[in-house]
Design a protein around this ligand. Structure first.
Ligand SMILES: Cc1cc2nc3c(=O)[nH]c(=O)nc-3n(C[C@H](O)[C@H](O)[C@H](O)COP(=O)(O)OP(=O)(O)OC[C@H]3O[C@@H](n4cnc5c(N)ncnc54)[C@H](O)[C@@H]3O)c2cc1C
Length: 376
């Protein structure tokens, strides 16, 4: 990854001069979506456009409007469950590239701006090689930079909300490019404005992060997560690159790095969010499991609520690693990952999902929520 290439593209200048209609678009028809997803599932998109500039993004939105068809924004396809019937409108694949690093002032944050179509993991690698702290624990997460603010991607003690400063987006209401700040984005656990209150309104074209130069105050790698503490016990002082590599190693062991050689990684990551439930639910969970409340893992979630680990609930409802249902299954390395065991269709994954959701509800009275986005 090369820094400063974003400005080289003149991304901002292009976007502000064009509202889009004149951009030449490469429109394809009836394009199978399965190859664009990490689950490898999904029928065809009626129309498919890959946009490499902001002008093309705006023009593609106009294209869908002119035909009165729905539009779906595709990043790296790592958090999607696409219908076997495909998508009846336009799939807009965001493929803008470029990374820019701000001029550095002593003891101030370094601002890294990346176009939405950049690979997230490559951006993480770029920042750790540049000795910039703030994303090292998010190494190995698949998908695009533009996809990360949507559900406030997080892992191993970090989430993008901690470093993200702003996103530039196309507001589809009036086809204008706007800057949304971290406060505007109303981040929460696996949520933001983009997948909640204003879902489907904005297309992210680039994201800016404030990073700390290694060696400046507060720039130590984040080792808050137990697995990382085990690898780097006190007084170890690993570099950012070492932490990122350790995270990738832990993730590989769980099938959570996309790898063609690992069938357990043919997934959409964690399929269920950790449910946030009223404190009283904890007693019921403990009671039906024959445990004391202190033996049930949970974290405070504010306002009289707690967060329960979805993986624990699945396991205690009988859905263990390696469970198989036809062509779908639970990863043999990670309880929360539903996998395509080969030629699975969306309905196979949906059947397994229903079985799990019903099983957990019947046992604990808790409603699990699907994390990947349904398409079509
Ligand atoms: C093996 C594996 C491990 C994973 N591990 C984690 C993890 O540890 N933590 C975690 O949080 N997630 C994890 N995920 C989920 C996923 O990688 C992230 O949610 C990722 O950020 C999705 O980005 P994407 O570009 O692939 O988005 P897509 O899957 O293409 O899209 C997801 C959603 O974002 C929207 N979107 C994408 N790009 C844009 C854009 N430019 N503008 C507006 N909307 C957009 C889409 O419309 C859709 O609603 C994992 C997935 C896999 C397969």
């Amino acid at each position: 990854m090369r820094a400063d290439s974003l400005d080289g593209m003149g991304l901002q200048a292009v976007a502000e001069q064009h509202t889009g209609a004149e951009a030449a678009l490469d429109v394809r028809e009836n394009v199978p979506l399965a190859p664009y997803t990490t689950l490898g599932i999904g029928g065809p998109a009626r129309w498919f456009i890959t946009a490499t500039t902001e002008a093309e993004i705006a023009a593609a939105v106009q294209f869908a409007r002119d035909r009165h068809v729905p539009l779906f924004v595709l990043g790296g396809g790592s958090n999607l469950l696409v219908s076997d019937n495909g998508f009846p409108g336009l799939v807009l694949h965001v493929a803008l590239r470029g990374v820019h690093t701000s001029v550095e002032r002593p003891n101030e944050s370094v601002y890294v701006t990346a176009a939405a179509g950049e690979s997230w993991d490559e951006l993480v690698q770029f920042t750790v090689e540049e000795n910039l702290q703030g994303m090292e624990c998010l190494a190995g997460i698949p998908g695009s930079v533009g996809g990360t603010p949507v559900q406030n991607v997080g892992a191993y003690g970090q989430e993008v909300a901690q470093t993200l400063v702003s996103v530039r987006c196309l507001d589809m209401r009036d086809l204008r490019f706007v800057e949304l700040t971290r406060a505007d984005l109303r981040f929460g656990y696996r949520t933001s404005l983009l997948n909640a209150a204003e879902r489907g309104r904005y297309i992210v074209t680039r994201v800016t992060f404030a990073m700390k130069r290694s060696g400046t105050p507060g720039s130590q790698p984040n080792l808050s997560y137990a697995d990382l503490k085990r690898i780097f016990p006190e007084p170890a002082r690993p570099t950012l690159a070492e932490v990122a590599e350790a995270v990738r190693g832990i993730r590989r062991g769980k099938g959570m790095v996309v790898d063609a050689a690992d069938p357990d990684s043919r997934s959409a990551g964690s399929f269920f969010r950790n449910p946030i439930v009223p404190q009283e639910s904890l007693e019921r969970v403990a009671q039906v499991s024959g445990l004391h409340v202190n033996q049930v893992p949970h974290w405070p979630a504010g306002e009289g609520c707690i967060k329960l680990p979805a993986a624990w609930l699945l396991e205690h409802a009988g859905f263990v690693r390696g469970t198989v249902l036809g062509r779908a299954g639970i990863s043999s390395k990670h309880t929360l990952a539903l996998v395509n065991r080969g030629d699975a269709a969306q309905r196979d994954i949906a059947a397994l999902r229903e079985r799990i959701v019903n099983g957990v509800r019947a046992r604990f009275g808790i409603e699990l929520e699907q994390e990947p986005v349904n398409v079509g």
